[in-house]
Design a protein around this ligand. Structure first.
Ligand code: F6P
Length: 483
């Protein structure tokens, strides 16, 4: 089965386009950001096909139902936004996806206190109904494809129930479920109430192939499946026997499109930001982080590590600047908002402690500023990527591709990207603030030859895995399985 011959249908919560209004109130479409949108769009642009996504906002709902065309002629695809009941959508997106599954799979709960699962039963019903709506839309699409083979790529924890719901309606459909985030191990999985836990696993096992970003997450999934009554798990072959079918568990590390990224970095907007950063940093060294302002990114320990570094290495006071570019995420939820506020307070405290008349230790920006992120990638001496757990982390790939200073990557052992890039980075246990401070010091002291060698190796490791390989490998694996 090759990608060229198949009609692809991608399903995800956040789609490749969304609707909004510009300052004068006119409706505008916006291209979605992030790795899923890039890799999914590349796959669909090659084969044509359809992307089904949730209508997430009022504007999206006003435009839902009709099919939109995205991309250029010959490399385009269609997008359909699903109109969903707003209160069900809230239960699905906030009640289950953002408040429960995100916290579970990234180990974010302060377990002596949380979770308590008040309201989960009700939220879960909304999650089921939205998954059902996706399964119905997919089945309709498969029926319309009428005889032409279609491959369904279902994305992420939002849509964990879709594979089994679709399998019930369309028993022969080739289905992949792919998780962009980590997967909890069996001990943490037991935090979830048993029916929810079993539904999630059984839901994903409706697929032919269950894909993950990194080997650790695939292993965790297999270990969790061992707790499912009636599932037979072969760890060595990464296979689960479930309801008389074999389900393969595979790893497909997502990548980036270096050429497209370089083009974006060559715009005047990015050049302007570069000039501005250079003015701020002067002849000092530059430490950078680029993240969504979100709990799994471990922003607080990153600031504490920098504080610890300045304390232990006073010779660096006034000779380094930390540019922290944080893109607000899910700020309508108190947990996420409080975390971003805490990060801003901590940066403020560190600045008050160490600042000098002509020097501020941290410049924190809490806004969506892509051109500035691209400029920061080009200029960093050290890039700090220290998530507590992360499915992949594309900052760790984008930075080294653009960087022009042989910058050093300090990388969490718990980021999926570590499997591909860890050897060329400075590894940190993201919980260990002292070790992270020491890694920053090591990076700054590293000689030019070693910096160059590591920077080149990082670039090679990223470009070795082209962005189109992600969907291509999934489709090929399906082809081998389904005859
Ligand atoms: O990468 C994981 C992911 O959940 C994507 O699925 C999602 O698009 C992204 O993080 C951002 O999250 P959200 O869509 O909730 O803003």
């Amino acid at each position: 089965m090759s990608a060229g011959k198949k009609r692809l249908v991608v399903a995800s919560n956040r789609g490749p386009v969304s609707f909004a209004r510009d300052e004068s109130g006119r409706p505008v479409t916006r291209r979605g950001a992030g790795g899923l949108v890039t890799a999914g769009s590349v796959a669909l642009a090659r084969t044509g096909g359809l992307w089904i996504a949730a209508a997430m906002s009022e504007e999206d709902r006003a435009n839902a139902g009709r099919t939109l065309e995205v991309g250029t002629a010959g490399a385009g695809f269609h997008v359909r936004l699903l109109p969903l009941d707003p209160s069900d959508y809230e239960r699905f997106y906030d009640g289950v996806s953002n408040r429960v599954l995100w916290f579970l799979h990234h180990s974010l709960w302060d377990v002596p206190r949380a979770p308590t699962f008040e309201g989960l039963a009700d939220a879960w019903r909304g999650y089921e109904r939205v998954n059902q709506a996706f399964a119905e839309a997919l089945e309709e699409e498969l029926r319309l494809a009428d005889g032409r083979d279609a491959v369904t790529l279902v994305q992420d924890y939002h849509l964990a129930l879709v594979p089994s719901l679709l399998r019930g309606r369309s028993p022969e459909a080739p289905i992949v479920h792919f998780s962009h985030i980590p997967f909890a191990g069996p001990t943490e999985m037991r935090i979830l109430p048993q029916p929810v836990r079993e539904s999630l696993l059984a839901g994903m096992l409706g697929a032919d192939v269950v894909g993950f970003q990194a080997p650790s997450w695939a292993e965790n999934f297999l270990l969790c499946c061992r707790g499912l009554p009636d599932a037979r798990v072969d760890l060595r072959r990464r296979l689960v026997r479930w309801k008389d079918r074999d389900v393969r568990v595979r790893v497909y590390p997502i990548s980036i499109d270096p050429a497209a990224l370089r083009e974006e970095a060559a715009t005047e907007a990015a050049a302007e930001e570069e000039r501005e950063i250079l003015q701020w940093i002067g002849d000092r060294r530059l430490l950078v982080r680029v993240d969504r302002a979100e709990l799994s990114k471990n922003i607080l320990r990153g600031f504490l590590a920098y504080e610890c570094f300045l304390e232990a290495n006073p010779e660096w006071l006034g000779r380094i600047g930390f540019l922290a570019l944080l893109n607000p995420s899910r700020q309508h939820l108190a947990e996420y908002r409080a975390y971003a506020e805490e990060a801003a307070e901590l940066a403020g405290r560190i600045n008050r402690r160490f600042r000098r008349e002509d020097w501020e230790p941290i410049q924190l920006s809490l806004k969506d500023d892509y051109p500035r992120a691209l400029a920061a990638y080009r200029l960093y001496d050290v890039l700090l990527v220290n998530p507590v757990f992360d499915g992949m982390n594309l900052v760790a790939k984008e930075g080294p591709v653009l960087n022009g200073r042989d910058g050093v990557l300090v990388l969490s052992e718990n980021a999926g990207a570590f499997a591909e890039l860890g050897r060329h980075a400075l590894a940190v246990n993201p919980f260990d603030v002292g070790a992270t401070a020491a890694a920053i010091a090591t990076a700054l002291k590293m000689g030019p030859a070693e910096r160059r060698r590591r920077a080149r190796a990082l670039r090679r490791a990223v470009t070795r895995n082209p962005v189109e390989a992600w969907a291509g490998a999934q489709i090929e694996d399906l082809g081998r399985i389904i005859r």
